[in-house]
Ligand binder design. Sequence first.
Ligand code: PMP
Length: 301
Amino acid sequence: MEERWVFMDGEYVKKEEATVSVFDHGFLYGDGIFEGIRVYEGNVFRLREHLVRLYESAHSILLGIPYTLEEMEKAVLEAVRKNSLKNAYIRLVVSRGTGDLGLDPAKCSHPRVIIIVDQVVMFPQRMYDEGLAIVTVPTRRNVPDALNPKIKSLNYLNNVLVKIEANQAGVGEALMLNHEGYVAEGSGDNIFIVKKGVLYTPPCYVGALDGITRQAIMDLCGRLGYTVKEEPFTRHDVYVADEVFLTGTAAEVISVVSVDGRTIADGKPGSITNHLLNEFRKLVRVDGSHAYPEEARESEL
Ligand code: PMP
């Protein structure tokens, strides 16, 4: 078993010793932000975009990250290198830091920055070949004027509740609606539907994270000549879609073949979904200004 090193406030600590205080407000209150990022063959996929989202989340919750974006970029790349993984999952966490038991973030001494690099847990290929059956859960998406889903905060209870409801229903992912009944997203994925050759995904104001994979798919659609529209839609639109798929850093692009017991089209992953998955899998290996130079990749990773 290879040793894993966790970046904690500028120092590397062994995985087994990487712990935070019980007075950390990330732990006590979910007061902080995070990113989940993939490394493909030594290429950190869209690192800059993930960091922009992280810094925007921080700005929104008045959390001052003690590094510039460029410094953070270097730290992430260094953490990947240090862990000698060619394919990896990066979890970047910034919490408000250690305070007292009170809610007041002003009592927290300094924000805590943690970078974990670990093995990727891949979904079995069978799930991509067959597609997922999902259900709509009773829990609604947080309303944007309470806790905006565009902020990737450590407060993921909304999503955890959805995951529990998905587990109870015996499915791997679930659909969340917003407070008005429009389709928002999954517990940890964005959603797209295809109707008559046109792709639709909910605009973020409906209650969705501005997913990096979502954006990559929209970019790919532009390049491949597919029309994609950001428009609100309902469960009915999902039921009668020609294709449905989810996108996310972990899942990449995964087909949905049944929703609430309604079979989607012929119940098999659709051709546009498969096309986008194949193109996405090509893209992740080449797209990124953060690929290591070939020689470094060979020797260092
Ligand atoms: N929505 C939610 C709620 C998520 O947690 C995630 C995973 N980060 C996504 C969508 C997909 O976003 P991304 O493509 O950036 O991983």
